[in-house]
Write a protein that binds this ligand. Structure first.
Ligand SMILES: Cc1cc2nc3c(=O)[nH]c(=O)nc-3n(C[C@H](O)[C@H](O)[C@H](O)COP(=O)(O)OP(=O)(O)OC[C@H]3O[C@@H](n4cnc5c(N)ncnc54)[C@H](O)[C@@H]3O)c2cc1C
Ligand SMILES: NC(=O)c1ccc[n+]([C@@H]2O[C@H](COP(=O)([O-])OP(=O)(O)OC[C@H]3O[C@@H](n4cnc5c(N)ncnc54)[C@H](OP(=O)(O)O)[C@@H]3O)[C@@H](O)[C@H]2O)c1
Ligand code: SF4
Ligand code: SF4
Length: 502
């Protein structure tokens, strides 16, 4: 009777050190941790003690006798990912934690740190800092409510994942934590003001905008970013009143990452099933009147290069109220998988492709090797011209090249680009436009990529690493940044007098 890691896993590794027999992998010190789409429990080693359940902030670990029908598949997935069993020590190695050496609290001078942004990266940074005595953190966010994409990005039907905000509430309730919400740094308060009143500033501003899709017609009404739609259904103040046309039976989403899957799933879910979730009432009302019956999710490359992750695909494939289809013009080649996760992904896609259709249910089509060419329409979107692609490999990268003479038109009333996010510069803070991130070395801000360190300035989360990874990925990221900050404090490099002079 082992315990099982299920879909909501956000890879923060909190369970790893709770386990008395080290059977949850990969652990943060193992090389595949950085690319893991979820952790898994070795069923042959698990002693069913349940200690990991309380450690998981999103309720992703379930005893096998409590799995729902849709979750049963994760029992096999945990077992398959655990095979062959890897050699490991009796306990997962605990990373060394740096201590703040001079007890500044007792000397009457707490170490004051400003954190810009109140998303997961900021909250994990605050948590790491507040483990030290004599530290005070002030967390600024431009929005009146905290938690960044954990509140305004995570889909409303992913209730377990959204419950990570309970962990954030515990962090906020620690002594030494203060919020200043509704304050945009660089507009309402300058970075020099911030530096003058704090010993260190950590930028955790995320990736606030979407990447553009540079094709003709992309500006037509009805051609929108997935970011706008996600923000609309999650009641983000910037987009709560967005107009999302749902009056045509087909919508097309360009890009096949997890955001595209989230949006496709919400558009395909009957409104009454979303009624008990955190969805915005405005969006729910619009979805009640929706005429959308088919959502086509376009991937320009093949199934082996799909950007969505295996747990999300499994979650979607287990829905019995959605007719999930796969269109892969060159077939699904199991030999194209780069690793075990990919191989399981291709197996899952092949199973879905072989299923009989489910007439009567809203349809999601995962269409591969199809690139957008032009959004069509006169005063609003009427369709999308697409081209079939062939795949070529250059410098180890698989690229999609449109095949001449293969263009076709998909009629649609809504075309969404879901081609990734991008960081936005904060005035006065170094920014690398090539990557959309703040240049850094191990979390210390640099004045330019590869340049010199800016004293007292640090960075964490998506604005440090780019818009990739899960909520829990920001925990390891924040730990690296805080380690650098504490090392600098111990070396006497931080202090408000110095900061004011910067
Ligand atoms: C649509 C979507 C759904 C997702 N769903 C999941 C999921 O189900 N599970 C999962 O594990 N991961 C999910 N992720 C990934 C996860 O949300 C990110 O890994 C995480 O939110 C990144 O954290 P962050 O703190 O770096 O950025 P953010 O969460 O974006 O937080 C940045 C914060 O900074 C604030 N800010 C920006 N500029 C300023 C400024 N100048 N002054 C003050 N404040 C500022 C913003 O308002 C925001 O609150 C999803 C991502 C997206 C886009
Ligand atoms: N449930 C979850 O855990 C969850 C939910 C949502 C988001 N997230 C995470 O958040 C991160 C961001 O997700 P995302 O979906 O925004 O981004 P993403 O995973 O980077 O996917 C971007 C998609 O856009 C495509 N694309 C880019 N440029 C294109 C172009 N010019 N034409 C056509 N297609 C183009 C990419 O195709 P190529 O691959 O061919 O470039 C890819 O399919 C990811 O790490 C994701 O896992 C997690
Ligand atoms: S139930 Fe106990 S033994 Fe099994 S994975 Fe969880 S902590 Fe480890
Ligand atoms: S979310 Fe964290 S604690 Fe929960 S299963 Fe995943 S890695 Fe473990």
């Amino acid at each position: 009777m082992p315990h099982v890691v299920t879909q909501a896993c956000c890879a923060d590794a909190s369970c790893v050190h709770a386990c008395p027999v080290n059977c949850i992998h990969p652990t943060p010190d193992e090389p595949d941790f950085a690319t893991a789409e979820m952790l898994y429990i070795d069923p042959d080693v698990c002693v069913d003690c349940g200690a990991c359940v309380g450690a998981c902030p999103v309720g992703a670990i379930v005893p096998d006798d409590r799995l729902t029908t849709g979750e049963q598949v994760f029992l096999d997935l945990n077992a398959v990912l655990s095979t062959p069993s890897r050699p490991y020590p009796p306990q997962a190695p605990v990373p060394p934690i740096r201590r703040l050496e001079n007890d500044r609290g007792r000397a009457g001078h707490p170490l004051r740190v400003a954190i810009v942004g109140a998303g997961p990266a900021a909250l994990y940074t605050a948590d790491e800092l507040l483990r030290q005595p004599g530290v005070e953190v002030t967390v600024f966010d431009r929005l009146p409510v905290p938690h960044g994409l954990a509140r305004h990005g995570v889909a409303p039907d992913h209730a377990r994942t959204r419950s990570v905000t309970d962990l954030f509430t515990l962090i906020e309730n620690q002594p030494g934590f203060t919020y200043r919400l509704g304050v945009e740094i660089g507009r309402d308060l300058g970075v020099d003001d911030l530096a003058a009143h704090h010993d260190a500033v950590v930028y955790a501003t995320g990736a606030s905008t979407d990447r553009p899709l540079d094709i003709p017609g992309a500006g037509l009404p009805g051609s929108m970013s997935a970011t706008q739609v996600v923000s609309w259904y999650n009641a983000h103040p910037d987009h709560v009143d967005a107009r999302v046309p749902l009056d045509h039976e087909r919508a097309v989403i360009v890009g096949n990452g997890n955001v595209a899957l989230d949006v496709a799933r919400i558009l395909a879910t009957p409104a009454h099933s979303l009624a008990g979730t955190d969805i915005s009432p405005v969006a729910l009302e619009a979805l009640r009147g929706s005429r959308v019956r088919e959502i086509v999710v376009l991937g320009r490359r093949g199934p082996a290069q799909a950007a969505f992750t295996l747990p999300e695909l499994i979650g979607l494939a287990s829905r019995d109220d959605i007719d999930l289809r796969v269109q892969a013009p060159d077939g699904i080649d199991p030999g194209a998988a780069s690793d075990r996760q990919r191989s399981l992904m291709l197996d899952c896609l092949a199973d879905v492709a072989a299923r009989p259709p489910r007439p009567g249910s809203p349809r999601i089509v995962l269409r591969f090797q199809a690139a957008p060419v032009e959004v069509l329409g006169e005063d609003r979107v009427q369709g999308l011209r697409i081209a079939a692609t062939e795949l070529t490999t250059r410098d180890g990268d698989v690229r999609a090249v449109p095949r001449p003479g293969t263009e076709e038109v998909l009629d649609a009333g809504l075309v969404l680009r879901s081609v990734g996010y991008r960081g936005v510069p904060v005035p006065g803070v170094p920014f690398d436009p090539a990557t959309g991130t703040i240049p850094h070395r191990g979390g210390r801000v640099l004045d330019r990529p590869g340049g010199s360190e800016v004293p007292g300035a640090y960075v964490a989360g998506w604005i440090k690493r780019g818009p990739r990874g899960f909520i829990g990925s920001n925990k390891t990221c924040a730990r690296e940044t805080v380690d650098a900050l504490l090392a600098d404090a111990n070396a006497g490099l931080l202090g408000r007098a110095g900061a004011a002079g910067r």
